[in-house]
Design a binder for this molecule. Structure first.
Ligand SMILES: [Zn+2]
Length: 1103
């Protein structure tokens, strides 16, 4: 899961390595391979990244910038293979294998418990024996217990039956209560946390033993009498657990003392910088505190009538710690629960983990220690009530040596120390009590530096390692701008005194919105210098995370089934805020075609494998899985639609009403709809029941296509579920959406309509007596693609739309031009529109001057190009594309704004790919200038195009840049990638010889199969390689087959499957690939004649 994780930081050190090894072109590839294969982890994330691209036809340009984009959303999608999303979240399989050897237990039987033992907790033997003994000793009949069916009684019974005190592996299983994850996975509410005080002592100075001690004290309030406390805990070696009865005032009163007591452990005469308390521990006290307690000896207080912990158990299945008390806690009383634990620092990217980087000056590996707790990983750091609705007030201390800095999402109140060993204790807390969910806690410990700025009196700092400090000004400046924007938009002050950011070498999202300390993956925010695409990505990311400070942090979802309230809103706000703050990025149009935009997720949501926006989830893995394009992009898209039908005023004030009402609390989507409905009533809107409309969009998966029929006297609207296949559509035909339809016509053209103009389609079919459109040339509906649906028309109307595009495309809104192309092709592939019409949507492109329609068109052109590449008419198709791009290539050359740069970058990349002569010449000139003059830096927007074109067109000697790369190490990755742009047989073979042996480089396969030569040579080479090492070869199956589209390629594939030796898993993968290729071949066979006829016709017209 870790993307080639240290690579970014290793550039400098690596380039030296390459220079030493290399004597030209090929050694850049091979020497790099040597390096990566020995030092870099294989990343499933990077593979997911490119496999999950919106469509394989689009090459990395559309990908969020390297590694960055994908960070967030995408990698999560183990179960939604077509998706890839945000700055994304990544299931960390790490935990699954890591946890078993991290669970530790202390047994009263083991001698001298000065050090927690590291018994593999899951060890079948140890655990099995314990459980078996426990059951037989206590004569507990597990079946009886299971039949009793009462969780509480069973657990209580079971724990009481234990012959000795130790943690059982899985009480739930023993009690036959598993599997029922839907109910048992949630914590009961008989006790709730009000405050946490966590003392953390990370042992980070010896890499062979990265661990941390945690002393967690929780003030709990008892809702219902109970003698068992359940809370979350994973991968902790628990040293001791104790409980004390406590009045509310006692906690407050003891607060200062508590800090000292806990942070003193194992203190040796701390010097208190603020003179808070001065006290030296006696030798006995020191010994006492450095020796982990056995929880058999949980101390108790006479006054509390001997309330004490009787025993504890963990349930790995539900990730809980169960604490059995000798007598019930009393309803209405408060208690202090203390849990002392020791854990390993994770080498994954979740929980509390170590993220390595290479220090530039010394070429030494160092670490940023940081945390990522969303959605269910706070429990890996400290025992807690790890559900968003258990909000509490947090204070925390971190003990560290002087050469590192510790930061938290909470403000630093003071630093105590150093003690005689040189340790400092940083005390973090809130000046006012701010309640927050456990997943929003964050910390970072490393050799950090910062830059800072203020918005009003809110201090904003960017913390980072020294090497990249200079590259974080954009992050700082932009953060402050968005903080100002959102405060102004919501009219609700940011409630904390500070909003910091910290950059982390590697994390599983691009960014994470921890309240007060946003963590960013370095590769998502640090570029030198950024390309225009990277500026767009970085800016959107920052606005997304800052929007979360209100949507998610101030008001959190009651449970993860409403994750879209977090991610959908942050995604929608990201477009809206960026458009407002930086209009030059053109986010108002980009929303149609962006990675998290409308068209991308329409494509995801038209599959049978999609899921509803509101998604019942229970188990942590299920929760992890919905951090996907549906929650982010469809969530954002339906909110955009809601904003439209409510109007800006009602939307904004309704949101404000919702945020204020549920401030410092949690809410469900029904709470949101209620607040918006009240606002709508107050504002006198026609729509007064937001829920009845929105439920149809969030509770059902997929979306509708609306077909428009116009007669002389009426217009009729029909809706039906849109899925890719007839069968899929039939299965979903019972669903009716409430659809806000907007239309305009050649008679009265108005793409800027208001809520009052909406025609509501609430039934399957509705007709309006209206003749106003019967005389119009064309009608276009779903203006600005504001509704989350597709539109289809009669062929005649489609032809008039195309006629208008060729006459004057600017008559249509930019987004609608992109929509017309996108809808036409998706409808065509679903069998709902003739291919002639879809093809004709390309014909006007020489007049197109905007990014979004070009993006939509190029996506389809690339797909068609792959289909036609190994057919006799490919030359005609290539000429057609070159002719259409030529005018725009020259026009977009004069670029001053980011918007223009984005367009030029897009057009150049593809004009060069389709070998437009002027583009190829220009790219080669840029390359030669760059290589010849040390003072010239390549335009970051052109790097990929220049490198790829040079690799394809220059010989080895001329495409040899190691010396330049030493001066520009940031370009190494692009340079390496470009080596797969070649198309001469011997060059292709050379890359293959390297690539197939190195899984890290499989991603190059996609570039390699872009050329016709590369495509068939890769297949031939692959078949041979399979015989040598089928295990390695199987990892590349998807890349090798993803563009196959001719009957003879399909036959080759089938013949190979018939004779090759393969495992069951391989067979399944091949069969899946065969189905995809087969469908593609059938498609192209069906439409071959029509495509050829169109190509012939258009060529004659052009010539
Ligand atoms: Zn987010």
């Amino acid at each position: 899961m870790i993307i080639i994780k240290t690579i970014f930081n290793m550039y400098f050190c690596m380039v030296i390595h390459i220079l030493l090894l290399s004597h030209g072109f090929s050694s850049v590839l091979s020497s790099h391979i040597i390096n990566t294969s020995t030092t870099v982890h294989v990343s499933t994330e990077s593979k997911h990244d490119h496999k999950n691209l919106p469509h394989s036809a689009l090459t990395p340009h559309f990908n969020p910038p390297p590694t960055a984009t994908h960070v967030d959303p995408s990698t999560t999608f183990h179960h939604h293979s077509s998706d890839n999303s945000e700055a994304v979240k990544q299931p960390t399989t790490h935990h699954h294998h890591a946890r078993n050897d991290q669970i530790q237990h202390t047994s009263s039987a083991s001698p001298a418990n000065t050090e927690v033992t590291t018994d593999a907790y899951n060890a079948e033997t140890a655990n099995g024996t314990h459980v078996a003994n426990a059951i037989s000793d206590a004569k507990v009949d597990t079946k009886d217990i299971g039949d009793a069916g009462d969780r509480k009684n069973c657990i209580s019974h079971y724990i009481n039956g234990l012959p000795e005190r130790y943690m059982a592996k899985d009480i739930y299983t023993i009690c036959n209560l598993w599997p029922d994850p839907h109910t048992d996975i949630r914590l009961p509410t008989d006790v709730i946390p009000e405050r946490y005080h966590v003392d953390m002592f990370p042992h980070i100075y010896n890499e062979s033993d990265f661990t941390f001690d945690c002393n967690t004290t929780i003030l709990i309030y008892c809702n219902e009498d109970t003698d068992i406390i359940h809370l979350h805990s994973m991968e902790h070696g628990i040293n001791f657990v104790e409980i004390n009865i406590l009045g509310e005032d006692v906690w407050t009163h003891k607060y200062e003392k508590d800090i000292l007591e806990h942070t003193n452990n194992p203190g040796k005469g701390l010097e208190d910088a603020d003179n808070l308390v001065k006290r030296s521990l006696t030798d006995d006290e020191q010994k006492e505190q450095t020796t982990p307690h056995e929880y058999t000896q949980a101390p108790h207080d006479e006054e509390t009538d001997e309330l004490k912990v009787e025993n504890c158990g963990v349930s790995l299945n539900v990730e809980m710690l169960h604490i059995k008390l000798n007598k019930p806690l009393k309803k209405g009383a408060r208690y202090k629960l203390t849990i002392n634990s020791k854990s390993k620092i994770s080498n994954g990217v979740m929980g509390f983990y170590a993220s390595p980087y290479m220090e530039k000056e010394t070429c030494k590996e160092k670490f940023v220690f940081t945390s990522l707790m969303e959605p269910t990983h706070a429990r890996y750091v400290f025992p807690c009530f790890d559900e968003p609705d258990f909000k509490a007030v947090f204070t925390m201390t971190i003990k560290r040596l002087g050469h590192v800095t510790s930061v938290m999402n909470l403000p630093l109140r003071k630093t105590i120390g150093p003690d005689v060993d040189g340790f400092f204790i940083d005390v973090f807390d809130q000046p006012q009590d701010v309640k927050m969910s456990s997943y929003l806690v964050a910390l970072g410990i490393a050799e950090l530096e910062y830059i800072e700025a203020y918005y009003k009196d809110i201090r904003s700092r960017v913390w980072t390692r020294k090497d990249i400090l200079n590259h974080t000004t954009y992050l700082l400046d932009t953060s402050v701008q968005f903080l100002e924007f959102f405060e102004d938009f919501f009219q609700i002050p940011y409630p904390l005194p500070k909003l910091d950011a910290i950059t982390v070498p590697d994390m599983s999202f691009s960014g994470m919105e921890h309240w007060g300390l946003i963590t960013y993956k370095e590769s998502a925010v640090v570029y030198d210098p950024p390309s225009s695409e990277q500026i767009v990505w970085q800016t959107s990311l920052i606005s997304h995370e800052i929007a979360h400070q209100w949507f998610g942090n101030l008001v959190s979802p009651y449970w993860w089934d409403d994750l879209w309230l977090n991610e959908g809103f942050a995604t929608y706000m990201m477009y809206m805020a960026t458009e407002a703050v930086m209009p030059d990025l053109d986010m108002k149009n980009r929303v149609a075609i962006d990675y998290r935009g409308i068209q991308n997720v329409l494509r995801t949501d038209q599959k049978t494998t999609s899921h509803p926006v509101y998604m019942p989830v229970y188990h942590p893995q299920e929760i992890q899985d919905i951090f996907d394009l549906i929650s982010y992009a469809k969530g954002g898209a339906v909110i955009r639609m809601m904003n439209f039908f409510l109007g800006d005023y009602t939307f904004k004030h309704g949101l404000r009403r919702y945020l204020i009402r549920h401030s410092s609390d949690t809410a469900t989507h029904n709470d949101l709809f209620a607040a918006l409905s009240e606002q709508a009533v107050d504002d006198g809107l026609d729509v007064t029941d937001v829920k009845s409309v929105m439920d149809t969009w969030i509770l059902e998966q997929n979306y509708p296509v609306v077909t428009i029929e116009i007669t002389d006297s009426s217009v009729c609207f029909n809706q039906t579920a849109f899925l890719e296949t007839e069968e899929g559509r039939m299965n979903r035909s019972h669903i009716t959406w409430k659809i806000p339809v907007t239309c305009t016509s050649s008679e009265h053209t108005d793409f800027d309509q208001k809520p009052a103009d909406i025609i509501w389609l609430n039934e399957k079919r509705e007709c309006v007596e209206d003749s106003k459109w019967s005389s119009a040339d064309w009608v276009v509906c779903n203006l600005k693609q504001i509704g989350f649906f597709r539109v289809n028309y009669a062929n005649e109307n489609w032809r008039h739309i195309i006629g208008q595009l060729k006459k004057d495309p600017l008559a249509f809104h930019t987004i609608n031009r992109a929509q017309i192309i996108n809808d036409a092709w998706e409808l065509q592939r679903a069998g709902l529109l003739d291919i002639e019409i879809a093809l004709q949507t390309f014909e006007y492109l020489d007049l197109e001057t905007e990014f979004a329609p070009w993006w939509a068109a190029i996506r389809e052109l690339n797909t068609l190009s792959d289909y036609l590449k190994l057919t006799p008419k490919y030359g005609l198709f290539q000429n057609f594309i070159k002719k259409k791009m030529k005018a725009m290539y020259f026009k977009s050359g004069s670029k001053s704004s980011i918007k223009e740069k984005l367009l030029h970058s897009l057009i150049s990349k593809h004009a060069c790919k389709y070998e437009l002569e002027a583009c190829v010449d220009d790219a080669l000139d840029l390359y030669k200038e760059w290589i010849a003059d040390d003072n010239i830096r390549l335009d970051p927007d052109m790097v990929e195009t220049v490198f790829c074109t040079a690799a394809r067109n220059l010989d080895d000697k001329r495409y040899n840049a190691p010396k330049k790369l030493l001066r520009n190490p940031g370009l190494l990755k692009d340079y390496r990638k470009s080596l797969a742009c070649v198309d001469k047989p011997w060059q292709v073979i050379r890359v293959l010889e390297n690539v197939l042996d190195i899984p890290e480089l499989y991603e190059l396969g996609s570039s390699l199969t872009s050329s016709a030569t590369g495509r068939w040579l890769t297949w031939i080479y692959f078949m041979d390689f399979w015989k040598r090492d089928s295990h390695k070869a199987s990892g590349m199956l998807e890349e090798v087959t993803e563009k196959m589209s001719t009957a003879w390629e399909l036959n080759q594939l089938r013949q190979f499957m018939a004779v090759a030796e393969m495992t069951k898993g391989d067979t399944g993968a091949f069969e899946a690939a065969e189905r995809v290729v087969s469908a593609r071949v059938e498609y192209i066979e069906t439409h071959r004649t029509a495509i050829y006829t169109w190509l012939q016709g258009i060529t004659e017209v052009q010539d």
